[in-house]
Ligand binder design. Structure first.
Ligand SMILES: O=C(CO)[C@H](O)[C@H](O)COP(=O)(O)O
Length: 233
């Protein structure tokens, strides 16, 4: 199977966990898009669900394909979120935000009873950090925030380039109007410690470490799809 087929396979298996009447968080990215396309087919066939999208991009696709949408304001408690990831470790901690939607993705996942991550096997790692960690930051005080991140990371023995994400010659702006710094720290042995350090910096809005949020992961490979369950949650 090629990469696109693996994404569809992971999405197909995740869809078997969706049932009539569910309130769904709907992720962002190419794997989540594969899920939306399959979900739309089921909706056309009579499945009744309501979706809360994690980005404007996902919202537009859902509207185009006829998946009924709500907002987190209208529907603040969700049954299940299905989303992709950039990296997944054995405890189902994740790096997310490659598509820039990490803040809404984390809020939606936290508002959901369960989160199922869908990915191909290339996303599974022993230790998170090969994929640069996206950090959503307020535009105000960007340089000061960058310095505070460097200092905090160094206290944990982490260092590496912090790159302002760009779209062409302009900084990439998230759906929430913020910038993203991609932190190439390499392996992150203590994800909780880094999460705490980043959350203590006022200019940091959110980061892409998702710890204790995923209940299960559907990992697709040529051998088929494997479901990994989290120990907690
Ligand atoms: O976190 C995300 C978007 O913010 C995506 O889930 C992540 O980047 C994976 O994307 P893809 O399925 O395209 O590999």
């Amino acid at each position: 199977m090629d990469a696109a087929q693996l994404k569809i396979e992971a999405a197909r298996v995740a869809l078997t966990h969706v049932s009539d009447g569910m309130k769904l968080g709907i992720g962002t990215g190419s794997t989540a898009e594969a899920f939306v396309r399959l979900l739309a087919e089921r909706v056309a066939g009579g499945l009744s669900v309501i979706g809360v999208p994690t980005s404007e991009r996902t919202a537009a696709l859902c509207r185009e394909l006829g998946v009924p949408l709500s907002t987190l304001e209208e529907t603040p408690e969700l049954d299940l979120t299905i989303d992709g990831a950039d990296e997944i470790d054995p405890e189902l901690s994740l790096i997310k935000g490659g598509g820039g939607a990490l803040l809404r993705e984390k809020i939606v996942a936290a508002a959901s009873e369960r989160m199922i991550v869908i990915a191909d096997r290339s996303k599974v790692v022993d230790v998170l950090g090969k994929f640069p960690l996206p950090i959503e930051v307020n535009r105000f005080g960007l340089r000061a925030t960058e310095i505070a991140i460097r200092v905090g990371a160094a206290e944990l023995g982490l260092s590496g380039p912090l790159t302002l994400r760009m779209t062409g010659d302009q900084p990439f702006v998230t759906d929430n109007g913020h910038f993203i710094l991609d932190a190439s720290f390499g392996r992150i042995p203590d994800t909780r410690a880094l999460s705490n350090v980043l959350h203590a910096i006022p200019g940091v809005v959110e980061h892409g470490l998702f710890i204790g949020l995923a209940s299960a992961a559907v990992i697709a490979s040529d051998g088929g799809a494997e479901i990994i369950h989290a120990v907690v949650r």
